[in-house]
Design a protein around this ligand. Structure first.
Ligand SMILES: Cc1cc2nc3c(=O)[nH]c(=O)nc-3n(C[C@H](O)[C@H](O)[C@H](O)COP(=O)(O)O)c2cc1C
Length: 374
């Protein structure tokens, strides 16, 4: 029977358990995207906490693909030694390290990207803070090359895998979504056209890193948005990736414009609100042969253990619970099965924006009040 703490491997990447740190922007890089020692130390603490695979925060593949301050840049060769420090930090603690690659497309501002944001179509939708410019075919080709070269940098730096970000309303998701992709050329129309960019990114990355290197994707099973990507179209895209050799699919859902059903839902107070992307992940798992990871609102040990035991997903991924408690995997492995201490308040975003790095604001308040009462 499958167990949360099984040792597994993905394309030769040996993993100590089935727990994954899902990509989480940390806001700890230099202004130009260069990885810092602070970020390396943070990844080391995550790996020391027992999570088998650490996926980096979203790393932009070209400077205009940036969205937030302190975001990781994977767009420059000169960052390779700094990326290597991140991988080394995780390896020192016995973990594996994957870099997430993104272009934010229209879901950014000119101030952050340094130019008018680009998107599949120049449309004004709630998801976009500004009106983006439509990419032409040369622009699309250039971008697939940027994903590929960034993946090559990660490999050269000793990172164990790459994951390209096709979820949460960013550029690849924008191509998949009928709401943001209104093109009438071969990149638009039905899902056959709308998933073309996704496949070209995958093929370009695969061509660059070779057949023996783990390439994964994070994708929305559904955008939870009127007119956005629907489940059966996502299943179609996942099947195509699977057939062409993707090594794992992480399933999420929603965009920042999806109301309550964003990727980072709040108010996960009861079991019924947990694992909010599991139905999507389970549907995709039943359609593909590669491993499937589920992320979103996983909080209790019994639920997470059951997902693995019942083979509803192959890996369970966490973002906020590991901000609150990097040692959660170790704690569970040692038999303390108390629920994650994360209350899903999303307070962790604020210090990332204002103080040069994310942390759990609730944990800080509790620690300070404990210290005050001593
Ligand atoms: C501070 C913060 C930053 C995030 N940054 C990313 C990111 O860089 N890439 C990504 O795919 N998802 C990102 N997410 C979303 C998480 O990976 C995850 O999908 C979501 O938080 C739900 O999982 P959770 O309930 O375990 O937090 C971020 C979430 C948080 C809270």
């Amino acid at each position: 029977m499958r167990n949360l703490f099984d040792e597994t491997s993905i394309k030769g990447m040996h993993l100590a358990n089935r727990l994954v740190r899902s990509a989480t922007w940390e806001g700890m890089c230099a202004e130009d995207g260069r990885p810092t020692d602070k970020l390396a130390a943070y990844y080391e603490s995550l790996a020391a906490g027992g999570v088998g695979l650490v996926i980096s925060g979203y790393g932009y593949v070209r400077s205009d693909g940036k969205q937030l301050p302190g975001q990781l840049g994977v767009h420059r060769d000169e960052f390779i030694p700094d990326l290597r420090k991140l991988a080394d930090a995780v390896h020192r603690q016995g973990g594996k390290f994957c870099v997430q690659l993104v272009h934010c497309g229209g879901q950014t501002t000119e101030k952050m990207s340094g130019a008018q944001p680009v998107a599949p179509s120049s449309v004004k939708v709630e998801q976009y803070p500004e009106l983006p410019a439509e990419l032409d075919n040369n622009g699309i080709k250039e971008l697939t090359g940027c994903f590929a070269r960034s993946a090559a940098r990660a490999r050269e730096a000793g990172c164990d895998a790459v994951q390209f970000h096709a979820a949460h309303g960013y550029l690849i998701n924008q191509f998949l979504s009928p709401l943001t992709n209104r093109r009438d050329d071969s990149y638009g129309g039905n899902i056959d056209g709308r998933h073309r960019f996704l496949m070209e990114v995958y093929r370009a990355v695969r061509h660059e890193v070779g057949a023996d290197y783990p390439v994964m994707v994070k994708i929305n099973g559904c955008d939870n948005l009127q007119g956005g990507l629907a489940l059966e179209d996502a299943v179609f895209a996942c099947r195509q990736l699977d057939e062409e050799g993707i090594d794992a699919i992480e399933v999420s859902g929603g965009t920042p414009a999806s109301g309550f059903e964003t990727p980072v839902r709040q108010g996960i107070e009861t079991r019924i609100n947990e694992a909010y992307n599991l139905p999507l992940a389970y549907r995709i798992k039943n359609a593909v042969s590669c491993p499937v990871m589920v992320v979103g609102g996983l909080r209790s040990y019994e639920l997470v253990e059951g997902i693995i035991r019942r083979e509803e997903a192959d890996y369970v991924a966490f973002a906020r619970p590991l901000i609150r408690e990097p040692t959660l995997p170790l704690r569970w492995a040692q038999g303390n099965e108390v629920h994650s201490r994360c209350i899903s308040c999303n307070g962790c975003f604020k210090p990332g924006l204002k103080e040069g790095g994310i942390y759990c604001v609730v944990e800080k308040i509790e620690r300070e009040s404990r210290n005050a009462s001593l």
